[in-house]
Design a protein around this ligand. Structure first.
Ligand code: FES
Length: 122
């Protein structure tokens, strides 16, 4: 599913193609895998966000979370911990540790690409 592409705008970061941008509607989230690592991709207000797909509390997949577009938070479906979509910060307990976020861009030919930073760079 992943097709690693070089990043012309930021040569320091490599990007992986995950899906055509047209396949995700605003307010939707979808689980993807980058080299076996689970990531949840979210489209909100026309922009894309990528977050590790494991809640920092008890590892529940955040792809099954609710998304509150007013507060821009992912709400874990297991115990209700909330995470800021833009920063990964845990903002509602029982989650207290942040989740990892990754850069996202849309290529000229309309594909969503996730930056291979942090745990995805390994
Ligand atoms: S597993 Fe997500 S809040 Fe507990």
């Amino acid at each position: 599913m992943t097709d690693v592409a070089a990043a012309p705008a930021d040569a320091a970061i490599r990007y992986a193609r995950v899906l055509p941008a047209s396949e995700l509607r605003d307010g939707e989230l979808i689980p993807v895998e980058i080299d076996g690592r689970p990531v949840v991709l979210v489209r909100h207000a026309g922009a894309f966000y990528a977050v590790q797909n494991n809640c920092s509390h008890k590892d529940f997949p955040l792809s099954e979370a609710g998304f509150d577009p007013r507060d821009e938070v992912l709400v874990c479906a297991w115990h209700g911990g909330c995470f800021d979509l833009r920063t990964g910060e845990a903002i509602v307990p029982p989650a207290t540790e942040p989740v990892e976020i990754f850069p996202v861009r849309v290529s000229a030919d309309g594909w969503v690409e996730i930056g291979l930073t942090g745990s995805l760079a390994r």
